[in-house]
Design a protein around this ligand. Structure first.
Ligand SMILES: *Cc1c(COP(=O)(O)O)cnc(C)c1O
Length: 380
């Protein structure tokens, strides 16, 4: 750093955490850890207290997502990245089609391409800063894309590919930085899956999936066929969706979970539901996002990266800066003042700020952030 910038105290946000994951954890979630310090932490996940916690998460999420009849909430260890491998092992029958328009949506497609027992996936590639949904393709049994591409700040629609139900295909949507922040109709999906360290403001390490009866039935069929002569597919127990679901139905996980992550997640799901659930969360995130987008549109040095207003994410906001203002210096100056994790996605390689505006973040703090950025840019 050349010269350091001291942002006046009265401009600073109350909380300076704006990461896109791990994201801000509310103090009440940390207090919940303290409240469970001797009754939950350090106790068995197979006994009633922790199972009640998992039960509360599952019920709370079913209510938050207004799940249709027959849909179930499953969870396990390993995060959304693990769910990609679970899907390759137990949900894709033969061939999947992907929308790929950024790092995260492309990673799942790469996993499917690497699975030796699956046919090469059909990949519908979109330019970064846009989205592209998979299109109906003969022979495809699974359609996949991401609701919110966290690397670029692009939100994509969640509705089934036309004709996909007629061909018996299922739909898997990565909701990792969207779930809890963006509105969604999960009946348009067979698995809407995510990790808790984004809108649910918990720690990483878990995956959670809202599963349809069709997904549950698909996994059971793929897993029972895998043992037949001539069918070459290895399904490690860790990647068995059926086993994960059997455990989830008992409010457990296949192997030991981080109890702290469950405590913070449970607190957040209850907080979201108590405040008005998905509608409330979506409105709060939309408000925070619009504070940033409208500031950038008024600014003479900043611009929203995503040009299609309908595709601008309300949970992860990306803002390009003019080349004359190096984003890395702005990010570093903000960090010196306690405002952290505002850098763009490294591999995108743009002169960009990226701001997580999940429900835990106060819209007033987002407004304060814009003032702090202006202050830093004036004083660099
Ligand atoms: C963060 C993220 C992931 C990866 O989540 P992990 O918990 O690290 O596995 C996957 N998809 C999207 C859209 C994400 O934002």
């Amino acid at each position: 750093m050349t010269n350091s910038v001291n942002i006046p105290k009265n401009l600073l946000p109350e909380d300076g955490r704006f990461g896109s994951g791990p994201s801000k954890i509310r103090p009440e979630q940390v207090a919940a850890l303290d409240a469970g310090a001797t009754t939950l932490l350090g106790t068995s996940h197979r006994q009633t207290p922790v199972r009640q916690l998992v039960g509360s998460i599952r019920e709370g999420l079913a209510s938050f997502f207004h799940v249709p009849d027959g849909y179930e909430i499953a969870l396990g260890n390993g995060g959304a990245s693990c769910f990609w491998e679970i899907a390759c092992a137990t949900l894709i029958t033969r061939q999947a089609a992907f929308g790929a328009y950024g790092s995260f949506s492309a990673k799942f497609a790469a996993s499917a391409a690497a699975a030796p027992f699956l046919e090469d996936p059909v990949v519908f590639k979109g330019e970064t800063g846009t989205y592209r949904l998979p299109e109906r393709t003969d022979g495809v049994d699974t359609y996949c894309w991401a609701h919110n591409e966290t690397s670029t700040g692009v939100a994509a629609p969640v509705r089934r590919v036309e004709g996909s139900l007629d061909q018996g295909a299922i739909t898997l949507v990565d909701g990792t930085s969207a779930a809890g922040a963006l509105p969604v109709d999960v009946s348009q999906t067979d698995a809407y899956y995510f990790s808790p360290q984004k809108a649910f403001g918990s720690d990483g390490g878990l995956w959670v999936a809202v599963l349809s009866p069709a997904a549950i039935e698909r996994a059971a069929r793929v897993e029972s066929n895998a043992g037949l002569p001539g069918v070459c597919r290895w399904i490690p127990p860790f990647l068995s969706l059926t086993k994960a679901l059997e455990n989830s139905r008992k409010d457990q996980t296949l192997n030991t979970p981080a109890v702290a992550t469950l405590i913070m997640m449970e607190n957040q799901v209850r907080w979201l539901n108590d405040n008005g659930g998905m509608d409330w969360a979506a409105a709060r995130c939309a408000k925070s996002a619009s504070v940033l987008y409208s500031w950038a549109e008024r600014s003479d040095y900043a611009h929203p990266f995503v040009t299609d207003e309908g595709a601008r994410s309300h949970s992860v906001v990306t803002i390009d800066l003019d080349d004359a203002i190096p984003a890395s210096e702005v990010v570093a100056a903000l960090r010196e003042n306690g405002i952290v994790d505002t850098s763009g996605y490294r591999k995108l390689g743009r002169n960009q700020l990226r701001v997580g505006v999940f429900p835990s973040v106060e819209p007033a703090d987002v407004a304060a952030l814009t003032q702090c950025i202006d202050y830093v840019v004036e004083h660099l």
